[in-house]
Design a protein around this ligand. Sequence first.
Ligand code: GRF
Length: 199
Amino acid sequence: MTADHKRVAILISGGGSNMVTLAQSMTGDHPARPVLVLSNDPSAKGLARAAEMGLATAAVDHRPFKGDRAAFEAALLEPLLAARPDIICLAGFMRILTRDFIQQFQGRMLNIHPSLLPKYPGLHTHQRALDAGDAEAGCSVHEVIADLDAGPVLGQARVPICKGDTAETLAARVLVQEHRLYPAVLRQFAQGDRTPLVL
Ligand code: GRF
């Protein structure tokens, strides 16, 4: 890594498949490099995957804070700020962040959401698309603002909803596109380009 690379911290809660593809994309002439993989769950499988890739990892278990979001976020900020990130990528990070936390990184924090925003913010996006009889689904990368899943959309990828799809089969089809979309958006975002990308 050189001083002119953008420093990217990736926050995860689970398997970290989006973290893996983001980290794998940041090589060669890519303007960014991963500097930390941070989880709210010390047992997150993504932490082991990140360590296998030689990435710095940290975990701050949210459970001892019992809903005291501010105290949890203060603990989360310690390893996060120590990594001196320029950009933060939420990747399967399942904790709601407070307005105060987000404001510290507004304009340089991204998230991937498994729906074609503004449709279906929040949870259970695939089942909701199926229940609505939608013909297609997909994923969105957006800037994170205080309102949940509501920031400017920086990229989207679409998939067809097929006859007989379940939430699981649809999620698997969308995840493939997430792994294409997020690295592509991050690469241009790291160069200061916020032109929405449609794959
Ligand atoms: C993905 O569907 C992502 O859209 C959602 O969390 C799921 C798991 O992501 N935010 P990952 O495999 O942990 O990256």
